[in-house]
Design a protein around this ligand. Structure first.
Ligand code: NAP
Length: 302
């Protein structure tokens, strides 16, 4: 039976570490500030934004939510982002996706200053992550998966990691982190057009699944002893649950946990790590701004 990787507990540890960093920064005169821009009234987005704002406040950061109406124009949204880029109290900016259809997300993600892009979605940060430049920001979910593997002492060196999915926010950055010198994994990426998915997943020492299709990975698709990281989160209607739905991963948890050596649950695996790493990125952005400001001060100034 697989060991269950407790992402919620690891995330709690990271959030406590971030809170300690934030306390130090506040004592040095900088209050880390994170702004979240939400356009429209998508219920799932509202839940995510509320939980990001709460996590921010719990870590001692300033949290600012800018909730704009669904009919906000491109010019108005550009103006809001430019205002946050110029605001010295704000160190991190998140533009909550999806945006309403008349607003082109790519254009607005590129409008955020790379120094405040704690989501790591700006092409400058995507490029920095790809070349292994640590001065950028890596998206929180792949960074959270790397941190889970490190803290669980799961060795990636020389291991074959198979990732199902090829998205820009999870799978591609994760592949580049895993194949870099240090982690030294051999990485295979699979997607919708991969012929015979099971043939690939069965070769994985570490299998990461980021698709959004409950039950995609069945017991026979996993090698005995593999580590399985389930990134997928899908709401499935469930009238018996108080919320009316339950969250499901991409992996058939029951069958796969009988074969794997370790597995992340959904919920309580990768999800809590994402928010913890987002806070860490925001704290890092504030620390960098603090250091830049101090470097500009004349000698002897306080
Ligand atoms: P995405 O952009 O929709 O990408 C999904 C990927 O899965 C695509 O590359 C797609 O291939 C591939 N795919 C779809 N059906 C497949 C199949 N039958 N076989 C093999 N590959 C298939 O999604 P994402 O943003 O990466 O998110 C993936 C999942 O992770 C979602 O459930 C999302 O909610 C969840 N997620 C969770 C967290 C967290 O914090 N826990 C964070 C981010 C995302 P093509 O490219 O060929 O279409």
């Amino acid at each position: 039976m697989a060991r269950i990787i407790d992402g919620a507990a690891i995330a709690r540890d990271i959030r406590a570490e971030v809170a300690a960093e934030v306390a130090q920064l506040r004592a040095a005169g900088t209050v880390p500030g994170l702004a979240v821009v939400l356009v429209g009234a998508d219920p799932a987005s509202e839940v995510y934004v509320r939980s990001k704002a709460r996590a921010c406040q719990e870590a001692g950061m300033l949290s600012r939510v800018l909730h704009l109406p669904a009919e906000t124009s491109a010019d108005e949204l550009t103006g809001t982002i430019d205002g946050l880029n110029a605001d010295p109290d704000i160190h991190g900016i998140l533009v909550q996706l999806p945006l309403p259809p008349h607003l082109n997300s790519k254009m607005f993600l590129e409008r955020v200053s790379p120094a405040k892009d704690v989501d790591g979605f700006h092409p400058t940060n995507v490029g920095r992550a790809f070349v292994g430049d640590p001065t950028g920001f890596v998206p929180a979910t792949p960074e959270g998966i790397m941190e889970l593997l490190r803290r669980e002492r799961i060795d990636t060196h020389g291991k074959h990691v198979v990732i199902v999915g090829r998205s820009l926010i999870v799978s591609k950055p994760l592949a580049s982190l895993l194949m870099a010198p240090g982690p030294n994994a051999t990485v295979t990426l699979c997607h919708r057009h991969t012929a015979d998915l099971g043939q690939h997943t069965r070769m994985a020492d570490i299998l990461v699944v980021a698709v959004g299709k409950p039950g995609l990975i069945t017991g026979d698709m996993v090698k005995p002893g593999a580590v399985v990281i389930d990134v997928g989160v899908t709401r499935v209607d469930d009238p018996s649950s108080p919320k009316g739905y339950t969250l499901h991963g991409d992996v058939d948890f029951q069958a796969v946990s009988e074969k794997a050596s370790a597995i992340t649950p959904v919920p309580g695996g990768v999800g809590p790590m994402t928010i913890a790493m987002l806070l860490r990125n925001a704290s890092t952005a504030a620390l960098r701004a603090h250091e830049r400001r101090n470097a500009r001060k004349p000698a002897g100034a306080r």
